[in-house]
Design a protein around this ligand. Structure first.
Ligand SMILES: [Zn+2]
Length: 524
């Protein structure tokens, strides 16, 4: 049986009716290309200002196929065919590729990669803020192998710093900014093996509050890891899984408050209403924990209790930009990855579109004259879309043909592996019999796995602002924070900064020297 959707898709393809009228005129394409050329020629004058501010957007699991599909979705949400749409990140002038492998893994995880793009050193999968000399789960291999992050370098140079994520604030990506842990899963002491506890290793939530004590902005999920074991959650009173987890009985929110100077304004909030009633211009420190674990998917978000990523970014920048020395902000669209792991492409892509919205928000509040903005991913996923779909085909739609082998239709979006593998009566499921446009539809996969896996190919790095041109080719992922630090004149490599000011910029001599060095790793 062929669904009405399939018939529509085939009809569209044959009639060519979705080609926008203006695109039939060659002048349209020539004018557009000439304008792009003009813009490219203007880039020959490099922006060598000192970056007062650095903003890093990290789309967890946002491989290139995810970026393209999110672009089409964004366009289709605005009732356009979609392919021609420009994401906010598409407007960045410089794009590079990042090689994402971990020291011990061809296909990486989010912990080892976070250590690379935040600390500038590649590491083993599953470890955060430590070099490859640390083995996962081995607490006694941690000491002496800690590596510090761009967040710490920015703080040490007097900048304000912030972390905003849609995952737990002690999840792999943000944790590499402040923690040193042999295992990314040590969210609180409740998740740690007795051996690690007896050897003196600290859980990641504890480290968040103690390692860099004056992080100005922390927003995301992860409430339960901050409170004593079995403490009832403020929002989900009946949910046992939402209760506090800490075996040491500490209340880390109280500890966070106690570390703040009396004369400063520090606020802990746990819901959107509280967040939006704050005046960011009079807030010095903000801790926002909006869920016991990860935040909700954007498509499922309760707009009374949970802020969107864009809202969090707007408030974070208002708070951080009060510092005349500038700021470093890490923003993670953390649940793109989770959507993909569950095979739920619609959830993943809506997360990516929301992160793009946040990128636009940050762009509207800052200037490329003094703010370096980088958008990248930690790794890709085995997510793909294809099938000769016609222009404007719903990104969640069917390919315009049936398989010439099993004679069944198929969705354009597919996964290499994952939970969407479905066999009915010995054959591949007929997708026209199911609601493949549902928010939680799990796209078909070639290999059955409870959790779809990461992908191993390179990811994109988009950059704009001072020194963005240093991201220009195929780079090792750990190069990224070296560029951010060089641009902002923070960290260890400061020779070029002596005569630089935000109006002037680093002199060309030391820049040449830097690029000529065989290994940037020795500089930090
Ligand atoms: Zn993942």
């Amino acid at each position: 049986m062929i669904s009405p959707f399939l018939v529509l898709a085939i009809g569209t393809c044959l009639t060519n009716s979705l080609v926008p009228e203006k695109e039939k005129d060659p002048k349209y394409w020539r004018d557009q290309a000439q304008q792009t050329l003009k813009n490219a020629l203007r880039l020959q004058k490099l922006n060598t200002n000192v970056a007062k501010n650095v903003i890093m957007f990290l789309g967890d699991g946002m491989g290139v196929s995810t970026v393209t599909a999110a672009r089409i979705l964004k366009g289709q949400l605005h009732h356009n065919p979609g392919e021609e749409t420009r994401l906010e990140m598409d407007k960045f002038p410089y794009v590079a590729l990042s090689k994402t492998y971990n020291t011990n893994a061809q296909v990486p995880d989010s912990a080892g990669t976070a250590t690379a793009y935040l600390c500038g050193v590649k590491a083993n999968e599953g470890t955060v803020g430590v070099s490859a000399a640390t083995q996962r789960t081995q607490c006694n291999t941690t000491q002496g192998n800690e590596v510090t992050s761009i967040l710490r370098w920015a703080k040490d140079s007097g900048k304000s710093v912030g972390i905003v994520t849609t995952t737990r604030v002690n999840h792999a990506t943000p944790s590499a900014a402040y923690a040193h842990s042999a295992d990314r899963d040590w969210y609180s002491d409740n998740e740690m093996p007795p051996e690690a506890l007896s050897q003196g290793c600290k859980d990641i939530a504890y480290q968040l509050m103690h390692n860099v004590r004056d992080i100005e902005v922390i927003m995301g999920g992860g409430r339960k890891y901050m409170f004593p074991k079995n403490r009832t959650d403020v929002e989900y009173e009946m949910d046992e899984k939402a209760r506090g987890t800490r075996l040491d009985g500490l209340n880390l929110v109280d500890i966070w408050k106690s570390f703040k100077p009396r004369h400063k304004h520090s606020h802990y909030v746990w819901n959107r209403t509280e967040l939006l009633t704050l005046d960011p211009y009079s807030v010095d420190y903000l801790l926002g924990l909006f869920e016991p674990g990860d935040m909700q998917y954007e498509l499922n978000r309760n707009s009374t209790t949970d802020p969107s990523l864009s809202e969090m970014v707007e408030i974070a920048i208002k708070i951080l930009s009060k510092n005349p020395k500038g700021f470093f902000l890490l923003v993670e669209g953390g649940r793109i990855d989770h959507g993909h792991h569950e095979g739920k492409a619609k959830q993943a892509l809506h997360e990516a579109v929301e992160m793009d919205q946040a990128i636009g928000q940050a762009g509207a509040m800052t200037s490329v004259e003094d703010t370096l903005t980088i958008v990248t991913a930690d790794h890709s996923h085995v997510f793909t879309f294809g099938g000769y779909t016609p222009r404007g085909n719903s990104i969640f739609g069917l390919a315009p043909m049936v398989s010439d082998t099993d004679k069944k239709p198929f969705t354009s979006i597919l996964y290499g592996n994952g939970p969407g593998y479905k066999v009915v009566g010995g054959e591949r499921e007929n997708v026209s019999m199911v609601d493949y446009a549902h928010n939680n539809y799990q796209a078909q996969s070639a290999v059955p796995l409870r959790h779809e896996t990461h992908g191993g190919e390179d990811v994109a790095v988009f950059a704009k602002g001072p020194m963005a041109h240093l991201l220009h080719g195929v780079h090792e992922q750990n190069y990224i924070p070296h560029v951010m630090a060089y641009a902002a004149c923070i960290g260890a490599n400061l020779d070029h900064c002596a005569s630089a000011s935000s109006a002037g910029g680093p002199s060309p001599g030391p820049l040449f020297l830097l690029l000529a060095l065989p290994s940037l790793g020795i500089l930090f």
